[in-house]
Design a protein around this ligand. Sequence first.
Ligand code: SAH
Length: 255
Amino acid sequence: MSAGQLDVVGIGPGNPKWITPEAASVLAQATDLVGYSAYLARVPTQDCQTRHSSDNRQELNRARQALSLAAKGRAVALVSGGDPGVFAMAAAVFEAIEATSPIWDDVQVSIVPGITAMQAAAARIGAPLGHDFCAISLSDNLKPWAVIERRLVAAAEADFVVAIYNPASKARPDRIQEAFARLRRTRLATTPVVFARAIGRTDERIEITTLAEADPTKADMSTLIIVGSSETRLIARQAPASPYVYTPRSYGARR
Ligand code: SAH
């Protein structure tokens, strides 16, 4: 049997308009779709296409399943929310390949990019990522909490805008509180903070607040948090419009 193709496809944060034409065409041509059930539910169904849905936590198993289907000659689309390269399935596929090399040598792997949550959230409110920023996942499923803490402190001290993915879950409700406590030690109380929930979905909700006033318990697993740098600021608008949040291109030019 000739080896097949594995496309790791990003479908964006939720709004179907944010699925790229390339992603839509790869999804339409696949013989098999593999992914977390909530992501597969966002892909239009097609006859003659087999769906293999799984639990969100089974990343490596899902990667192996997709690789083994492709090795059997199938055209497999492994579906990821947002961008597949950002805290998602693309890296899991390469981990699986590296761990079991060379058995997947005949499988062609391509990564089809998508809009990641921080881009979508930023676009909704202005341009908070307009200058240097970093992205940190608060999930300690796959890395020790001490590493996360060290990175948060370093990012805060280096004055990056910080996009926080995976801010909370039922299994670790207190970590987000610890993270905010850390940030508050370094960043000004007036630093803009944005809670962007379910961006691009029907239940989208955005809250613009400050580091002093932010209530981190409001964040859930569908929330992306953006914590500004010392330069990030608001431009007020006439109510009921919310202010624009942006970080200027030039650093240190504050009037
Ligand atoms: N690959 C995805 C990220 C997966 S990690 C991407 O590129 O966006 C899952 C985290 O992404 C969530 O906990 C949340 O922090 C963020 N996220 C994903 N979709 C989101 C959305 N529509 N609105 C806000 N945050 C989202």
